[in-house]
Design a protein around this ligand. Structure first.
Ligand code: COA
Length: 191
């Protein structure tokens, strides 16, 4: 039995003693659609990167909040690159899904697509991984989150790789020593 199957066996879809239950990706998937207006653009009439990041943060935060059923804050954003520009008048679709829930944090995968107003020239423009931390309503301190049940092969791939991404970002943030990064180490030593 794989590690993922073992983990998922531990969490049924019913609440345990701590009020936590395994939740599927589909329960919190969030999609936002926006048309690019003059106020959203840079001097070249393309969508300004900062505006896109803001929308990605909002969609990711809604997705994280739905999964955790708590208020969440953005802890980090990684691997943002603007691969294709988005024009004035284009329609942008931003999709967010939970890839993995850890202890008090969740990793959210945000993908951005754009098309013209007629739905033509549909293209994937951007993607990023966000980490959100759930806060307890009373203490406003980090609190435990519901585990994620990854069902499809794609969800399970993202679930597994999320552990390596988490170690990498915690090392870069100075919160983990490289020698403690067991998942990353396993990637290089696995035969
Ligand atoms: C994120 C925040 C809640 C972490 O608080 P903290 O007291 O350091 O809490 P902890 O050390 O208990 O860490 C809590 C979780 O955050 C994660 N975390 C902390 N810093 C992180 C970072 N830079 N990248 C990714 N995850 C991070 C930890 O790994 C932990 O997750 P886990 O429990 O699932 O393992 C706190 O730093 C904060 O409030 N930051 C400001 C958030 C904010 O205002 N965002 C809005 C936009 S700037």
């Amino acid at each position: 039995m794989s590690n993922i199957q073992k983990l998922q066996q531990r969490y049924s879809e019913k609440n345990n003693d701590e009020g936590l239950r395994g939740k599927k990706t589909s329960e919190s998937k969030t999609v936002m659609t926006e048309m690019i207006m003059p106020n959203d653009t840079n001097p070249l009439n393309n969508l300004m990167g900062g505006n896109l990041l803001r929308w990605m943060d909002i969609v990711g935060g809604i997705c994280a909040g739905k999964h955790c059923e708590k208020h969440v804050v953005t802890a980090s954003v990684d691997h943002v690159s603007f691969q294709k520009h988005i024009n004035l008048g284009d329609v942008v679709t931003i999709e967010a899904t939970v890839t993995r829930a850890f202890n008090t944090s969740v990793e959210i995968y945000v993908e951005v697509f754009a098309a013209d107003v007629k739905g033509h020239n549909n293209r994937r423009c951007n993607h990023a991984y966000f980490t959100f931390v759930a806060l307890d309503d009373e203490t406003m301190k980090p609190t435990q989150v519901h585990p994620l049940i990854a069902l499809t092969a794609e969800e399970q791939d993202r679930y597994e790789s999320a552990a390596r991404r988490r170690e990498m970002r915690l090392i870069l943030a100075g919160r983990m020593k490289p020698e403690e990064a067991g998942e990353l180490k396993a990637l290089f030593t696995r035969r």
